[in-house]
Structure formats: structure tokens, C-alpha cells
Unconditional design. Structure first.
Length: 174
């Protein structure tokens, strides 16, 4: 069945997507950066700030398209790469620097007592913490690759169509 979506509808879909994604990334990363800085986690604060720049870049790309500037699509594409690179940098750093022993040692005495009562030794706790850390950051890496990477490819693929629509000429069907 042939698609009945017009090029103009595709451009409108891109504009809606860029608005939703851009604002969500900007607000979430900005709040995350602020909380991280309040908690004196400079690496997370820096990462959140750069991810927020990615969200702002996406919003600027959207505004450029609204002004009729097809170069806005490049900004949408670059925004996804910024977010992808920073999230991956942060996640890989967390995977490589995680210290389960330090985490377990830093737990309050009551928690150690609770685990001892449950017959869970510190070595088991360390393995569980390591597995949880790897799972969380592994899922984050995969999800970011799929979402931000997929969105970058989508924006890149749609750039010629958007340029054609903005120029007022019929798009080339590929």
C-alpha cells in the first residue's frame, strides 16, 4: 500500500518531533546538570550541560527550518550526535570507573547488618552491584544508540526532502 503522506506533512512531523525531543532533552539534561552540580558531581553536571546544548541545538535547528533555512536539518542531525556522544562518554566512564567495593563500604552500618541477617556476604553484594551497574549502563548505551542514532539517521535521510519543500520545488522520490 502506497503512503499518502505528503512532503509537507513529513516536514510538519519533523518540526513536531524536533520540538518535543529538543525541549525534553533540554529540560531533563538541564535539571540533571543542576542537581548533579548541587550534589557536587562535576562529571555528571558537565555531561548534563553538554547534553542540554544538544537539546538547544535541536531547537535552533527547528527554528531555522521554520524560517525556511534547510540548514536547520544539519543542526537537528548534529544535536543527536552531541547527545549520543555525551551519554556514551558518561556511561563508558561509569562502567570503567565503578568501584563496587567502595560502594558497599560506604553503606550505612544498618544496611550491612540487614545484609548480614539475610546471609548475604560482601563479595556477593559486590558482584550484585557490579552486575546492576553493567546492566544499567549497558541498557543506557543500547537505548541511546537506538534512539539518538536512529533519530540522527532519520534527520539525515529527510534533509533533501525538507530542502525541496522549503525551496518550493517537488521533492525527489528515492
Amino acid at each position: 500500500m502506497a503512503s499518502t503522506t505528503t512532503p509537507e506533512q513529513i516536514v510538519n512531523r519533523i518540526l513536531r518531533l524536533a520540538a518535543i525531543n529538543g525541549w525534553c532533552v533540554t529540560v531533563a539534561a538541564g535539571l540533571g546538570a543542576l542537581v548533579s552540580l548541587i550534589m557536587t558531581d562535576l562529571i555528571a553536571g558537565f555531561t548534563g550541560a553538554i547534553v542540554m546544548v544538544g537539546g538547544i541545538t535541536e531547537l535552533r535547528g527547528r527554528r531555522a527550518i521554520l524560517r525556511g533555512d534547510a540548514a536547520g536539518m544539519r543542526k537537528l542531525f548534529v544535536a543527536q550526535l552531541i547527545v549520543l556522544a555525551m551519554v556514551w562518554s558518561y556511561a563508558v566512564t561509569q562502567l570503567l570507573t565503578f568501584d563496587a567495593a567502595a560502594l558497599i563500604a560506604g553503606l550505612p552500618a544498618e544496611v550491612h547488618t540487614m545484609f548480614a541477617d539475610a546471609a548475604i556476604d560482601p563479595a556477593t553484594l559486590e558482584r550484585m552491584a557490579s552486575i546492576a551497574n553493567t546492566a544499567v549502563y549497558g541498557v543506557l548505551l543500547l537505548a541511546t544508540l537506538i534512539y539518538q542514532g536512529g533519530l540522527a539517521l532519520y534527520y539525515r535521510h529527510r534533509a533533501p526532502l525538507v530542502a525541496s519543500v522549503l525551496a518550493g520545488r517537488p521533492p525527489v522520490v528515492s
